[in-house]
Design a protein around this ligand. Sequence first.
Ligand code: WT7
Length: 665
Amino acid sequence: MVDQVERAGQPEERHDAIEVLSHEDRRFPPPAAFAEQANVNDPAVYERAKADPEAFWAEQAENLTWFKKWDQVLDWDNAPFAKWFVGGKLNIAHNCLDRHVEAGKGNKVAFYWEGEPGDTRTITYSELLKEVCKVSNALKELDVVKGDRVVIYMPMIPELAVTLLACARIGAPHTVVFGGFSADAVRDRINDAQAEIVITADGGYRRGAPSALKPHVDEAIEGAPSIEKVLVVKRTGQDVPMTEGRDFWWDDVVGRQPEQHEPEEMDSEDLLYLLYTSGTTGKPKGIAHTTGGYMVGATYTHRAVFDIKDDDVYWCAADIGWVTGHTYICYAPLANCTTSVMYEGTPFYPEPDRWWDIIERYKVSILYCAPTAIRAHMKEGHQHATGHDLSALRLLGSVGEPINPEAWMWYHRYIGGERCPVVDTWWQTETGSIMISPLPGVTTTKPGSATFALPGIDADIVDDDGKSVPNGRAGYLVIRQPWPSMLRTLYGDPERYEETYWGKFENMYFAGDGAMRDEEGYFWLLGRVDDVMNVSGHRLSTTEIESALVSHDLVAEAAVVGQPDPLTGEAIFAFVILKNRAHPEDQAEFGKVLRDHVAKKISPIAKPKRVMFTPDLPKTRSGKIMRRLLRNIASGQTIGDTTTLADSGVVDLIQEASLSQSDDE
Ligand code: WT7
């Protein structure tokens, strides 16, 4: 510990928001051939954007088709309430579809869709446009008009993307509720958005079986009096009750519509969608994204970070139910006229190689997924991937959590064949599009670092007083200037918006993450500051300790939390998932091995006091570990609210696993 403090060359009494313990020397410059062909390969772009961010963003906005050009790039007079491309008029569905068809690209494939049972559909841009027009007309028949909020609760089927686009086309803001959420979540969102219509399906396929959605909607509506109509796609064919006069089958209503529809002229600042994220307490927050700026941020980052080319086959393996899917499955790829893969189901059905099989068959060239998925594949073993021809891949991306350096290396080696740049992209539902990420043709990457803020983004790290901290020190990640795809407010609660995001530091956006910049200015995300543990006065981030655990050859995944401790304030409690091939004879003994491994890898102060082996971890549906639940388990408290938990059986599994903890104190 003394050693750590001395190495940083700081006086011992300093009180950092978070301490930094780890160090990474591996670096990966962009392969020359990649850099040469990259959409962005001139590092001068950073300086250019910094010198005049508004001019930079205006230049990116030129890539969209506007019915009327904006009068003003940014209006920030009423900060933190931003307006971008003020006075501009456009329609997003028109940008995603009509203009490509008009440009002669109607026969280009928009989606190669694959259902979990193995059924497939190939949808071209002109087919997608026709379908979107029909649904736009259907919504009109169902009395949905510009400004009405539409709640969407669907599996990952093409009709989901079609519905988003139809909403955008008629100017009805959508709010997608992830298909894995409960009736309660649907009800809360309907009520907050005061929606009059829900669009759903009978069910969807997950883990090899049909799972029902429509009954959840029926249950939700019991406490959601604003709903007047329900439109239901037939996906699984399972029996679902239909209420006469309220519920309509998609095929009936959409089937009879004309294939033409004039897109609504939307204002740049018209609401495009609401997406709810669970706050730490109470009521979910309705993150509000508008039209012009969101689209500019989405399309620019998609082109720059994923280096999208006309012949790429791009696969963002997220769900449209969360922001990654909104921005990087639906809006940005379509606006950039990309061919995408869309997959309905779970990664390991029917076999652990499902993903790699998809990549081989569709010749996927760009893959974007979450560290949680990468670690789950590591757990199964790389043999499932290396048995497939993944040679079409040329770029890999990661999002959602800090990617542990060992997971990054595994991804790079076994999936990317050591030839594909890896882009670790940091952003949030609130930011709308990627904020911190390598530019694959410019940036030398380091495993585990999201590297640098993108051109036009002004990110910094500050201490408790809001002062920038020097390189090598950790603190709070903030954004100092507005950016086009930023959230505009929290729906119906502007005060909460101001207070939550702009209230901690003056004139800075702060949304909860800790981070540090190393000596070369690379950003390292350190997890949520709410998760920081205080051990004997040392403020430790979860990320580094988890990465140290994952760096052990037999560990697939780890989550650490603070547990109240009479001696040290908090003690580190580690939950560990082992790889399938690991079969330690003596778990208590192996727990000690791991504890020592962490001590050696980063520092004795980071050594977990307890290690619990568990078959699974509680995660949200977007793959984030729910450390709050783990803290409660570790401190023996009641579990509390589990509504956003992906699989509620996990908590029982972990509680059963508690007997095998190793505790040699
Ligand atoms: C939070 C936002 C952005 C779409 C997916 C999640 C964490 C996200 C990274 C990354 C480290 C990351 C942060 C952030 N996060 N990407 N590359 N490295 N942390 O959206 O559900 O709004 O979550 O996810 O903690 O604040 P979200």
